[in-house]
Design a protein around this ligand. Structure first.
Ligand code: HEC
Ligand code: HEC
Ligand code: HEC
Ligand code: HEC
Ligand code: HEC
Ligand code: HEC
Ligand code: HEC
Ligand code: HEC
Length: 408
């Protein structure tokens, strides 16, 4: 990925060509004679110092803004921008203009939404120059369509785009923010799906935080985001005793148990870790937990036993197609149970648990019958062999009798 910080671009220009010092001078952020800036902008306009910014020209030509001229962004004598607010306003001069954006089917609300984000709030109310502005997430000259795999905004590249600041300990400590959010996210099941498997249906930073209207975390919305993808779990959660507590702001929906960034693939082990965070001294709640864990483990144990029996029978050559189907049915019931436990209500789990037990009982009985039939077949074959043996002897005897040709 290209460095998007302007000082890098500036350093690159420095090494170039005679016009470089003019450019460098013109680009300096300190107050300077408008004359030189104006001169530079004129050069920009005329394309006379083209060699000096061949890089920039190429970048723009390859970007989504290929149709723009330098002056579309560097109007007046602003070759560089006094601060990040000016950058946001530059981008918004087109991107907040519905007439300009409509032909491309692009929304025109980025600046407005951005202003409601923590970043935008800090920039516009405190003039904080360290927060992310449009160019920090999109680039300046090398902006691509947001869904292009090379774009900074492409799902797989988002953690790095945010990480440039959010993994910077020095910067984050100024705001008392943790600098391990990216590292933690990378340990999550979501990141595994997205970064290792290329599964774009898993969330990145901006799926949960929003790209422009970055939802300030800690509010109800950011937790509720989980429900957009995990609708069923959310529905079930609504039936749990925590739903009320969540409404009262005493409980963070999903993340109180699953964490926000380091979300792992869930298993029954999570009960061991999650509940004691808040109920270490509540025997009633822990008893309920143990009851639910018991139901899930009993069902899973029964399933595992049935699976083993079916496998053994299959290896011995028995026809177990029907039992394989039943096994799948039992597995579906267990998957249901793992979701249903979000109600934390044993009565809600019972139908699934009972169904699993019934199906497993059916499987075990079927396998038992198959085996008995096989045994019966094996033992049924013995009299046949004896019969055949006797017949052979009789036949042989008869034949000898005939051969002796008793003419009598
Ligand atoms: C889409 C708007 C846009 C276009 C088009 C554009 N620029 Fe820029 N340019 C910017 C922004 C924004 C910055 C400031 C970047 C920053 O400070 O983060 C910048 C910075 C610069 C700089 C300072 C050094 C640097 O690389 O950051 C130079 C030089 C420059 N532009 C030259 C050009 C030239 C030459 C063209 C035409 C080929 C051009 N720009 C086209 C938006 C644009
Ligand atoms: C914190 C990072 C961040 C900042 C700051 C930011 N954007 Fe974005 N922007 C994104 C992401 C991420 C996407 C969407 C990616 C997706 O939908 O896959 C996006 C999408 C867009 C799009 C495509 C249309 C749309 O709205 O989805 C435009 C245009 C855009 N941004 C312009 C801007 C402008 C203008 C600013 C400054 C006012 C800005 N962005 C600030 C991250 C950012
Ligand atoms: C002079 C008008 C103008 C300015 C200034 C401008 N843009 Fe654009 N931008 C456009 C147009 C027009 C498009 C659509 C181009 C297309 O799709 O062919 C676009 C497209 C984009 C896209 C791609 C959206 C998509 O389809 O995925 C992003 C991102 C973007 N601009 C960000 C910015 C940022 C950031 C700035 C400020 C540094 C900026 N733009 C400044 C006119 C402008
Ligand atoms: C240029 C540096 C920079 C980039 C890039 C950046 N951020 Fe930030 N972000 C900050 C700073 C600095 C703050 C602290 C602002 C404050 O608290 O006033 C912040 C604050 C936040 C907050 C609010 C945290 C809180 O509780 O106060 C969230 C959420 C956030 N950023 C998400 C993101 C996401 C998601 C991305 C990537 C799409 C991103 N940021 C990219 C610098 C950046
Ligand atoms: C699955 C949703 C989700 C994803 C993905 C996600 N976050 Fe968060 N993030 C949250 C939630 C929820 C909170 C609020 C935590 C709280 O209130 O305890 C949060 C909090 C934060 C904070 C505030 C710091 C804190 O711990 O209080 C920052 C900064 C942040 N996230 C940045 C990021 C970045 C950068 C990424 C990508 C690497 C990211 N997040 C990915 C959901 C998510
Ligand atoms: C953009 C959609 C999306 C969002 C938002 C999202 N997830 Fe996921 N999540 C997925 C996908 C896709 C999977 C993998 C599908 C699967 O394995 O069932 C997954 C898997 C999981 C898993 C592992 C499931 C398992 O089989 O063990 C947990 C736990 C989880 N998410 C919790 C959360 C929480 C908590 C949040 C909110 C903080 C959240 N998710 C937000 C899409 C999302
Ligand atoms: C009170 C703690 C708790 C809360 C709150 C909670 N979960 Fe879970 N979740 C668990 C436990 C424990 C498991 C593991 C169950 C198992 O595998 O036996 C789990 C499993 C999961 C799974 C994988 C199993 C499945 O259902 O497919 C997903 C996905 C999931 N949770 C998402 C969520 C979402 C989304 C929310 C918020 C609406 C949420 N969870 C709220 C404790 C919780
Ligand atoms: C983040 C803290 C937190 C976690 C984690 C948590 N709970 Fe709770 N729980 C609460 C709060 C807050 C309440 C509502 C106030 C109360 O009744 O104590 C509550 C209420 C309950 C109740 C209803 C109690 C009643 O008498 O009405 C049960 C049952 C319960 N929790 C079980 C569990 C189980 C089981 C787990 C683990 C899977 C769990 N909780 C995880 C905070 C938590």
């Amino acid at each position: 990925m290209k460095p998007s910080h302007p000082s890098v671009g500036r350093a690159r220009l420095l090494f170039r060509l005679p016009a470089a010092n003019v450019v460098q001078f013109a680009m300096r952020r300190e107050p300077q004679t408008t004359g030189i800036r104006a001169l530079h902008v004129i050069l920009l306009c005329l394309g006379l110092s083209a060699a000096a910014h061949a890089d920039v020209t190429n970048e723009v030509a390859a970007s989504v803004h290929a149709q723009l001229k330098c002056v579309d962004c560097h109007a007046g004598n602003a070759a560089s921008f006094p601060d990040k607010r000016a950058i946001a306003e530059l981008c918004a001069s087109c991107h907040s203009d519905v007439r300009k954006m409509n032909p491309y089917g692009l929304p025109a609300d980025q600046l407005e939404r951005y202003k409601t984000s923590k970043h935008g709030e800090a920039l516009f109310s405190k003039n904080d120059q360290q927060v992310a502005v449009c160019t920090d997430c999109h680039g300046a000259h090398d902006i691509l369509k947001v869904k292009s795999p090379q774009a900074r905004t492409y799902a797989g590249n988002i953690p790095a785009t945010c990480g440039r600041c959010h993994a910077d300990e020095k910067l984050m400590s100024q705001y008392k923010l943790p600098s391990d959010v990216v590292a933690k996210y990378k340990t999550s099941h979501h990141a595994h799906l997205l970064l290792d498997k290329g599964d774009l249906s898993a969330p990145t930073c901006v799926t949960c935080h929003g790209n422009h209207g970055a939802t300030p975390p800690g509010t109800a919305e950011v937790g509720q985001v989980c429900g957009k993808c995990h609708g069923r779990q959310r529905e079930l959660f609504e039936k749990s005793p925590h739903a009320e507590a969540a409404k009262a702001g005493l409980f963070n929906e999903c993340i109180s148990c699953h964490d926000n960034h380091a979300i792992q693939k869930a298993s029954v082990d999570l009960f061991g870790k999650a509940c004691v965070q808040c109920h270490a001294k509540d025997p009633k709640q822990l008893a309920l937990r143990d009851q639910i864990v018991g139901m899930i483990e009993t069902a899973r144990g029964a399933y595992d036993r049935a699976k083993l029996r079916v496998n053994q029978a299959t290896v011995r050559g028995l026809a177990t197609e029907d039992e394989q189907m039943l096994l799948q049915e039992a597995n579906t019931q267990i998957t249901q149970l793992e979701a249903m436990q979000h109600t934390l209500t044993p009565e809600q789990l019972r139908p699934c648990a009972t169904r699993t037990e019934d199906v497993v009982a059916d499987i075990l009985r079927d396998i038992h019958n198959l085996e008995r039939f096989e045994q019966w077949k094996r033992s049924a074959i013995v009299p046949v062999w004896i019969f055949l043996g006797v017949m052979a002897v009789l036949f042989w005897a008869k034949r000898r009798e005939v051969e002796r040709g008793d003419p009598s």
